[in-house]
Design a protein around this ligand. Structure first.
Ligand code: ATP
Ligand code: MG
Length: 325
């Protein structure tokens, strides 16, 4: 019988949000204030890191976003194309620059960012009805949204509208809160975060997110509540400590982090989320196996400079896991 295995085993994943190029300061504690050598342009933006990794893992992938008509936009388009991501919903907008980010690392582990998002092409992703129709037409099983997209009110409104439309059409929503602490005082921001938590089948916070969203609560306290609210999978990303997840039956799995050298932590969370979601929708991996591969993908991600340069294929993840057994 002539059956193509890929056609049976590949899930479809979508995402939307800011497409950025990122410049990484090569010196510690420069705080983006001192003249120093920066490396870049690296393709970036949390949702872009996610979709690149989902495609690398083998998912069919579509992205909704926008770039300017400039060299940085070409960097992003070429990267998405090389990963095999559909760019049917990626617009090139004349007259505005491609979004940018400058990151500088500090010796205490903190990061300083300078962003140009809200007044760049990054904010101009396709409008609601067009995006919903195209993502449904593509056949996406899951659509991922990162809290990094919610910092600008008009981007947050558009993203929520699209997620509501997709949810109503039967597409599962995946949400990484990526909470921006400086926005917590804005009631509209928290309303959007709460609305997305209510829509999401996959809720994928980091420890920092959980401290803000569920203060004083352990995973065992908040995960059952999220399941009761409609989440199928709840996973807490714990940085170097690994992760803990709760499957659709509420069974909990905890995995220790892999001991690795940290070169550049940016993007590990997005890479983790993409690996977990893409492997889960492929139908080929059970909960614990998908979680183990996400945990390995996150560990691999921190080992390379550049936000999505540490993304990896399933073969690379399997080889890493085999080397650690
Ligand atoms: P981001 O900065 O991209 O938003 P995040 O805070 O959402 O990241 P983290 O918990 O930092 O997410 O990282 C995601 C996953 O990557 C972790 O759950 C873990 O599996 C892996 N990981 C991250 N940092 C390390 C590390 N230092 N050592 C080993 N694994 C790591
Ligand atoms: Mg995160």
């Amino acid at each position: 019988m002539d059956v193509k295995p890929a056609a049976l085993s590949t899930g479809s994943v979508g995402s939307l949000g800011e497409l950025l190029v990122e410049f990484v300061c090569t010196e510690r504690d420069g705080r983006n204030r001192r003249a120093a050598t920066y490396m870049g342009p690296f393709p970036s933006g949390a949702p872009a890191i996610f979709i690149d990794q989902a495609a690398r893992i083998g998912a069919r992938a579509i992205f909704a976003g926008a770039v300017g008509d400039d060299a940085f936009g070409q960097v992003l388009c070429e990267r998405l194309a090389s990963a095999g991501v559909s760019r049917d919903l990626v617009r090139t907008v004349a007259g505005v620059p491609t979004g940018t980010a400058f990151v500088s690392y500090n010796s205490d582990g903190s990061r300083d960012f300078v962003f140009n998002i809200a007044r760049s092409a990054a904010a101009l992703f396709p409008a609601g009805a067009e995006a919903v129709e195209a993502v449904c037409g593509f056949g996406a099983d899951v659509f991922h949204i990162s809290g990094s997209t919610l910092g600008d009110p008009s981007m947050a409104k558009a993203a929520l509208e699209i997620c509501r439309g997709l949810h109503a059409a039967g597409v599962e929503i995946s949400f990484d809160p990526n909470i921006r602490k400086e926005l917590l005082a804005d009631p509209a921001y928290m309303e959007t975060v709460t609305a997305l938590l209510g829509l999401a089948a996959y809720v994928l916070p980091s420890s920092e997110d959980a401290e803000v969203l569920f203060p004083g609560e352990s995973f065992a306290d908040f995960a059952p509540r999220l399941h009761a609210g409609g989440a199928r999978c709840v996973v807490l990303k714990r940085g170097a400590q690994g992760c803990i997840g709760s499957d659709p039956r509420g069974a909990v799995e905890a995995l220790a982090g892999h001991a690795v050298e940290v070169v550049d932590p940016t993007g590990a969370g997005d890479c983790f989320c993409a690996t977990f979601v893409a492997l889960t929708v492929s139908g080929r991996f059970g909960f614990r196996d998908a979680l183990a591969r996400a945990n390995a993908a996150g560990a691999l991600a921190v080992g390379r400079i550049g936000p999505m340069e540490g993304n990896s294929t399933l073969a690379e993840i399997e080889a890493f896991l085999a080397s650690r057994r």
